[in-house]
Design a protein around this ligand. Sequence first.
Ligand code: TRP
Length: 444
Amino acid sequence: MSRSQFITKTGVIAATVGSAVGLGNIWRFPYEAGVHGGGAFLIIYIACVFLIGLPVMLSEFVIGRSTHRNGVGAFAMLAPRSPMKITAYMGILASMMILSFYSVVAGWIMEYFYESLMALFAGDDAGHYAERFNQFVANPWRPAMWTVIFLLVNFMVLRRGIERGIERASNILMPILFAILLVFCANSLMMPKAAQGATFLFKPDFGQITPSVVIGAMGQAFFTLSLGLTGMLTYASYFSDGTRLVGNSVTIAVLDTLVALMAGLIIFPAVFTYGMQPEAGPKLVFEVLPSIFAQMPGGKAWSLAFFLLLFFASLTSTISMSEISIAFFVEEHKMSRNKATALNTGIVTVFGVLCALSFGVLADFKLFGMTLFNLFDYASSNILLPCGGIMLSLFAGWAIDRKILWQQLTNDGRLSARLVPYIRFAMRFIAPAAIFIVLVAGLL
Ligand code: TRP
């Protein structure tokens, strides 16, 4: 069977950046940074992106491109009798958990687009926006409806296959999103309490670094880079032999971090200017954004553009999450692509709706003291993805033939091999040890 590949070089970057950049940067990063004290969180987060994120991403790239298979198939090929396949199955499970709550938030984005369009935000003050959001998420059917609509859109894009759907859309939209975020940054930095917001985000208070901050920061690094559940592995299985793995991984990490920083610089100046609470949690961005639009000249047009682009950024991320299980169903269970896509959408719709109701009807339904939404969010990012990361980097560092690693990282000798020993060392020791320490410290 011939497998599709990304056709252009920019297609590779656009699709992987498209997977990485999404609600993780613009919704989750500000809320996690807010909950965990701003600067203290940021510094650990950046350390995790580069010390743990890069080696794990390269591990996924190497495994994916050397086999051109989905996660389960790749391990079956490289290490037929090893228990590594469990990692891939865990990735499939985690991808569906993430897709469930992610679609809920993407649904909130759709609601906000709709409300902007209908000018429903006009003339309120910051307190009212928060109130409005709380009423909306507690509604017994509206958030669930948007979740289902979002998943249907995701479904329709996925049915069209990999290169047409993903490549074209993200090629055009990601640069526009970048530009718009810059405008919003400039706008927020002119707010009266901009300095206070920037200080909160950038000034580390080392006394505030606790195990929960560190585990949150590491989870965020995994989440935002789409790592740990064989998503980047699956994408790398569509790379061509000319794709530069090391260069691309650095580009992705840098661009992704920049988007998160921009989101922080958009949100926190406004949080302080409008007297809101940085530690509001998953609601933070949705309570703050309407105030930002309200004070911008031409606010309605800006808000429409913002939510529309964020919607597309979410879609390029959910496509990559869905691709994990679809590639698995198609290649390991010989399902048709349509059937695999329908199965993935069906399962996720059930859990997505349950997550959507977590702020209203099911608010009191708790497992381990958390609503389903919070549990899926916490357990996937902070536990499942890091566990996957340990396994993937150990596998790439120890189990894969050294020659394959070298071939993959240098494109068979065409690129410099200077960094290869360091990367291998990071895969074998630094990343797995760091993840392990954080997990143990955070969970005890
Ligand atoms: N990185 C994406 C974001 O920041 C979310 C995402 C897409 C993801 N694919 C993933 C997270 C795979 C973990 C694993 O929005």
